[in-house]
Ligand binder design. Structure first.
Ligand code: ADP
Ligand code: MG
Length: 248
């Protein structure tokens, strides 16, 4: 009898890293989002079928106005879907009220925006720590240290947003987004306000978080060079995804 067969019964499937990746963390089915501007109805999403597997880093590309931000906001519970289904970690957001969606968002989603959205009166440490307090579990020094080190922020923690470069501010925003170990990071053009050098730093850090921590990321971008950091690119047009949907 070999050593392996004494350790693991032959009927048990061998462990494979592929097994970690098969679970979809996000699924949309025929997802619609209509905005009402006075009497006019604007269909921003017109039946989106989209799936993100745990551990994926997906880019969403497409012309301005095609519905990219709307998709991200609905996935993250910031906007209410009009029709269809949005499953995040098995929870259907379409049937949830505002309070329930807010709770799910706090516990499962981390947002990163083009404009960083940091609080100007708090230093970097405060901007990151406040996310842990809102989450409700209080400050976790170990997680804080791991994340800020990975994002190269250790020497910047006492600086306020106005005392940091755009790239540093976006890294603080990423730290704030991931400090509570969200199931998924949703990033809306995270390098849209950054120069090339800072864009490269931010993108390689997102890629590192994906590879080393297995962080699932969905990122909207206009830039093919930014999209190249992800594992998969989907294209949107007129409120639908036109390609890049994985074969089932
Ligand atoms: P993208 O991020 O791809 O540029 P958006 O999701 O922001 O696209 O917008 C999709 C469509 O929905 C556009 O026609 C836009 O004008 C419209 N839209 C977005 N937000 C609103 C809103 N709050 N009220 C009305 N129309 C909106
Ligand atoms: Mg947008």
């Amino acid at each position: 009898m070999s050593i392996t067969s004494t350790i693991r019964p032959p009927t048990e499937a061998p462990f494979s890293t592929r097994d970690l990746r098969v679970e979809p963390i996000v699924v949309t089915e025929n997802l619609w989002k209509l905005y009402h501007a006075g009497k006019v109805e604007v269909p921003a999403l017109r039946g989106v079928n989209f799936k993100v597997l745990t551990g994926e880093f997906v880019s969403v590309m497409g012309p301005s106005g095609c519905g990219k931000s709307s998709l991200l906001y609905v996935l993250g519970g910031l906007a209410q879907a009009s029709r269809g289904h949005v499953l995040v970690d098995g929870n259907d957001l379409v049937n949830m009220g505002d309070a329930e969606r807010t709770k799910l968002r706090r516990h499962k989603i981390g947002f990163v925006f083009q404009r960083f959205n940091l609080l100007p009166t708090l230093d970097a440490r405060g901007n990151i720590a406040i996310a842990q307090h809102i989450y409700g579990d209080g400050f976790d020094p170990h997680r804080f240290e791991v994340i800020t080190k990975m994002l190269g922020l250790t020497d910047r923690l006492k600086h306020r947003p106005s005392e940091m470069s755009g790239g540093e501010q976006q890294r603080v925003a990423i730290a704030r987004a991931i400090v509570n170990e969200p199931k998924i990071i949703l990033a809306d053009e995270p390098t849209g306000n950054l120069d090339t050098q800072n864009s490269e730093i931010v993108l390689s850090m997102l890629s590192q978080l994906n590879k080393e921590l297995g962080q699932t990321i969905v990122m909207i971008t206009h830039n093919p060079e930014a999209a190249a950091y992800s594992n998969r690119v989907v294209h949107m047009r007129d409120g639908v995804i036109v390609d890049g949907v994985p074969a089932d």
